[in-house]
Design a protein around this ligand. Structure first.
Ligand SMILES: O=C[C@H](O)[C@H](O)[C@H](O)COP(=O)(O)O
Length: 219
């Protein structure tokens, strides 16, 4: 199976976690695109979704789903999203698609976070994928200097987020304590969100491997 087939397999398995009659949280990315298609094909009755990006909202609406503003929702039963890297503690690096801030907001509203990924995303230690940091545009310079002081090499992505902000992709960081680093980077003035999801990681991991989709729950 190639990587897209694995992503699709994980996405299709996630449909079984969707609770009919409850608002569903939907993340962003190529794996989530497969999930949205699989959900539509399943015929499951979802009264409404909340989405972490314009891209996913448009995809959902095209397939006939109602999408609510998160301000209209107090809690999401299940949130389905992908990851760029995930470790054995179900912490994640996210933001390859630039949707990290809205993803973190939806994750905070969710009772159950279901992460869907192919096996290449499971890592012993974060760092292979550059860490995305969403930044207020006028703070790109100052935040870059602070990230360099932490040992990182920030690179400005040629991209503007749905929130009108910029993204610094930071390589070279030693991410041995994801919870501590998430807090530290979030405290830099000008940072909107760091793409480390450590304080609130996933609850369920659906990891697609050559031997099938492996399902595990956080301890
Ligand atoms: O901003 C995007 C998200 O964090 C995605 O969940 C992440 O980049 C994984 O994307 P993909 O499913 O395309 O590998």
């Amino acid at each position: 199976m190639n990587q897209n087939e694995l992503k699709k397999a994980a996405a299709e398995r996630a449909v079984s976690f969707v609770q009919e009659g409850r608002v569903l949280g939907v993340g962003t990315g190529s794996t989530v695109d497969f999930f949205i298609d699989a959900l539509a094909a399943s015929g499951k009755k979802v009264p409404a979704c909340v989405s972490s990006s314009v891209r996913s909202t448009e995809h959902l609406e095209r397939l006939g789903f109602k999408v609510l503003d998160p301000n209209e929702v107090d809690e999401i039963e299940v949130y389905v999203d992908g990851a760029d890297e995930i470790d054995s503690g179900f912490h994640m690096v996210k933001g390859g698609g630039g949707a990290l801030t809205r993803e973190k907001i939806l994750a905070s509203l969710a009772r159950t976070y279901v992460c869907i990924a192919d096996e290449s995303k499971l890592v012993p230690v974060f760092g292979r994928f550059p860490l995305p940091v969403e930044v207020i545009p006028m703070a790109v310079g100052v935040v870059s200097r602070q990230l360099k002081a932490l040992g990182g090499e920030p690179k400005l992505r040629d991209f503007t987020t749905d929130n009108g902000c910029k993204i610094l992709d930071v390589s070279g960081l030693q991410i041995t304590d994801p919870v501590a680093l998430e807090e530290k980077i979030n405290q830099i003035p000008g940072v909107v969100t760091v793409g480390l999801f450590a304080r609130r990681g996933a609850d369920v991991l659906l990891l697609a491997t050559a031997d099938g989709v492996k399902e595990s729950a956080a301890l």
